[in-house]
Design a protein around this ligand. Structure first.
Ligand code: GAP
Length: 481
């Protein structure tokens, strides 16, 4: 049984593998660091999160449409966006172990140790000092802080550090068949730029009027130096981003609007409010005039799951300058041409997946009526996100029960994901469905042939009741809307 957050996190990782949610990439070749594959139930869960976000953003807002832009883009885009010059993290290497650290992670780790030893005030002071130095891009100051505190490398145990240096996080590759003719291009580090460069295409073809948004879901790539903590920080991951184009001067009110709207989206899934908080950025990205993270209390601590950024007119203006093409909007309400301002919402799909597992994973044990102990591992995934919605379980493999079960399956499978299982005892099958997060199981028994009813079992309460076969589909549908 788990007793602390580290054990809980380890238990979630091993559960994710054992039950077909997430596998290490290239596992039979000893794996590829910070790259992961999603298994049968993981890919369903991921798709459900993606669809839920997509519908909430596009279908539920008259003024937001979606696009699906290419990962490969003209290399000048990354010059214009500032990523070639600015998309880097301050790093430091330990000369003895040759291990490279992100400076903020190194100092945060040190602060966590202070906290664990009861020195909360000391930890807060060191973080405040680090934040001020990061905000001022004072790398010599950061190095002095690391030296002054004698912060050690976890591998070598020494304080033998290099200077703090910046490392660009973009992956590059060659476009073209002959290497001499090839152009160096980048794998996109965010999906946002595909939206910016299509701003006018979308505005004109979808006849959008400001304020309006463009949403996109897709892969992004970053050569994260410190890539650990399972799918929290990956080198290949998926983002769900929305750029909301607005009239200049209205950015503060739209920023507040999207801050609230996005937190409400999380809470509407039933995730507890006390596990969320806002964290204002101290050091703003090169494009932002305000930025906040929505943080979640993961088993690895409070961490960012989503960012809301007020990006000003930085991106459109810059693309206008680099491309030589006008990226302006004529606002006929005020009779003015302008480059719109932008509020961005950006959430990592993989991080939302990890958040869902972190919330859902529970180990439970209890004493049964006959005095014996029982236990289970259950994933309390919100029903609308659950990979399998309904398990259909004939009590035995004979006497016409599988036929009834198959008929129910036929009726329901177009509406939601159903899973048919006739092997093992019913108790074992329930446990397996709990471990996969299936919110509803129905059992077809001999009585079903007489009364056209089945037993439905609810994952969270383990309560069971008899319901007519004719009502199964609607009952499940009503719970997953
Ligand atoms: N377009 C803005 C942007 O990309 P970001 O804060 O760098 O902003 C947005 O990233 C979100 O993408 C983060 O809140 C996080 O959920 C996710 N994300 C960023 N880097 C990630 C990584 N290496 N692995 C997994 N998710 C990541």
């Amino acid at each position: 049984m788990i007793s602390n957050d580290t054990q809980r996190f380890a238990a979630i990782i091993s559960h994710a593998k054992e039950y077909g949610f997430v596998f290490q990439s290239s596992e039979i070749y000893d794996g590829l660091s910070a790259v992961y594959d999603y298994g049968p139930w993981g890919s369903e869960l991921k798709r459900n999160i993606r669809d839920h976000w997509w519908n909430a953003m596009t279908r539920m807002h008259d003024n937001i449409v979606g696009i699906d832009s290419a990962i490969f883009m003209h290399p000048t885009i990354w010059k214009a966006s500032g990523h070639v010059d600015n998309f880097s993290d301050p790093m430091i290497d330990n000369k003895d172990s040759k291990k490279r650290y992100r400076v903020d992670h190194l100092i945060e780790g040190y602060a966590d140790e202070l906290k664990a030893n009861g020195d909360e005030a000391g930890a807060d002071a060191v973080i405040a000092q680090m934040d001020a130095l990061l905000a001022a891009s004072d790398y010599a100051g950061l190095k002095s802080l690391i030296d002054a505190r004698s912060i050690r490398c976890s591998v070598s145990g020494t304080c033998n550090w290099t200077d703090v240096r910046q490392f660009n996080l973009m992956f590059s590759t060659q476009l073209g068949s002959v290497s001499e003719e090839a152009n160096e291009i980048y794998l996109r580090p965010e999906t946002a730029q595909g939206i910016f460069v299509n701003f006018l295409n979308v505005q004109k073809t979808a006849r959008m009027k400001i304020p309006f948004g463009i949403a996109q879901v897709g892969k992004a790539f970053r050569n994260e130096i410190v890539a650990r903590q399972f799918i929290f920080r990956m080198r290949e991951f998926e983002q769900m981003e929305m750029q909301f184009f607005i009239r200049p001067g209205t950015q503060k009110e739209w920023y507040e609007y999207w801050k609230k709207e996005r937190l409400d989206w999380h809470l509407s899934l039933g995730f507890p409010a006390e596990n969320y908080r806002y964290h204002d950025h101290v050091k703003l990205a090169h494009y932002a005039d305000a930025a906040v993270d929505i943080e979640y209390a993961f088993p690895i601590g409070w961490k960012e799951v989503e960012g809301i950024h007020s990006r000003t007119d930085f991106d459109l203006s810059s693309h206008q300058q680099f491309s030589g093409k006008k990226l302006q909007y004529f606002d006929n309400e005020i009779n003015q041409n302008y480059v719109p301002y932008v509020i961005e919402t950006s959430i990592g799909l993989d991080r939302m997946f990890l958040l869902t597992l972190s919330h859902a994973y529970a180990e439970e044990s209890w004493t049964k009526e006959d005095g014996r102990e029982d236990s289970r591992v259950v994933l309390r995934i919100p029903p609308k996100l659950a990979p399998i919605k309904l398990a259909i379980l004939p009590l035995v493999k004979k006497d016409g029960l599988p036929e009834i079960a198959r008929d129910i399956m036929k009726e329901c499978r177009e509406d939601f994901y159903c899973f048919y299982e006739e092997k093992d005892t019913i108790g074992k099958r329930y446990r397996r469905m709990d471990a996969l997060g299936t919110p509803f199981c129905i059992t077809i028994d001999h009585q079903s042939k007489e009364d056209n009813c089945v037993t439905i079992r609810y994952r969270d309460t383990m309560q069971q009741e008899r319901i007519p076969i004719a009502s199964v589909r609607e009952l499940v549908r009503s719970q997953i809307r």
